[in-house]
Design a protein around this ligand. Structure first.
Ligand SMILES: CC(C)(COP(=O)(O)OP(=O)(O)OC[C@H]1O[C@@H](n2cnc3c(N)ncnc32)[C@H](O)[C@@H]1OP(=O)(O)O)[C@@H](O)C(=O)NCCC(=O)NCCS
Length: 169
């Protein structure tokens, strides 16, 4: 399984992976709208020239208290074709994506999802770090992973996703 950065010719296959994984078009539309936005990035999982998984990262903003401006990203969406799920592809995409975030100098990554799935990568409940989500979700579903130790110390407030997230719901 190869994990690599998205290429321009991957856009249609990435749409198909997201539509198949989520059973709707919202996430595929979101990726199509965010792709051109600065500081976003996208990785794909490729098996025998076929794109079978996809992960996307986009900037989030912290509204509240912080000491210095922070480089924060949100992980979403993550999708694996149904026939390829539970074979470790999603985990590979997350681990590669987080490594790329470290390389880019991202201080923390947020994710809204199943805590059972994301805790294995080191994500913790964002509320423990004093940070809330703009959406009404259970506390444990909104998680953060600090990639630079202590970068969230003293931070308080609400994390806001790009407006495209709301528009694609
Ligand atoms: C979630 C998803 C990306 C995981 O990808 P994957 O390649 O199947 O995951 P992996 O094989 O790396 O991980 C498998 C592990 O995750 C668990 N898992 C997989 N999907 C899960 C889910 N939706 N909820 C909770 N646990 C899940 C499996 O039980 C397995 O756990 P184990 O290692 O303890 O046995 C994939 O199932 C998917 O595309 N789902 C539909 C879209 C979606 O819900 N995306 C997540 C949005 S936050």
């Amino acid at each position: 399984m190869e994990i690599r950065a998205e290429k321009p010719e991957d856009a249609i296959a990435i749409r198909q992976v997201n539509v198949a994984a989520f059973g709707r078009e919202n996430e595929a539309n979101l990726v199509d709208r965010l792709r051109a936005v600065e500081s976003t990035f996208s990785l794909v999982a490729v098996e025998f020239d076929r794109i079978v998984g996809h992960i996307f990262f986009s900037p989030v903003a912290l509204e509240g208290q912080y000491q210095d401006p922070l480089f924060l990203l949100g992980l979403a969406p993550l999708a694996v074709l149904p026939n390829y799920q539970r074979q470790g592809i999603g985990s590979l995409l997350v681990r590669h994506g987080l490594k790329e975030c470290v390389r880019l100098g991202v201080q923390a990554v947020f994710v809204l999802g199943n805590p059972k799935y994301y805790r294995r990568f080191g994500f913790v409940t964002a509320k423990e770090k004093g940070l809330g989500c703009e959406y009404k979700v259970p506390d444990e579903a909104f998680m953060v992973l600090e990639l630079q130790d202590g970068s969230l110390v003293g931070c308080r407030g609400t994390v806001k996703y790009r407006s495209e997230f709301r528009e694609c719901e």
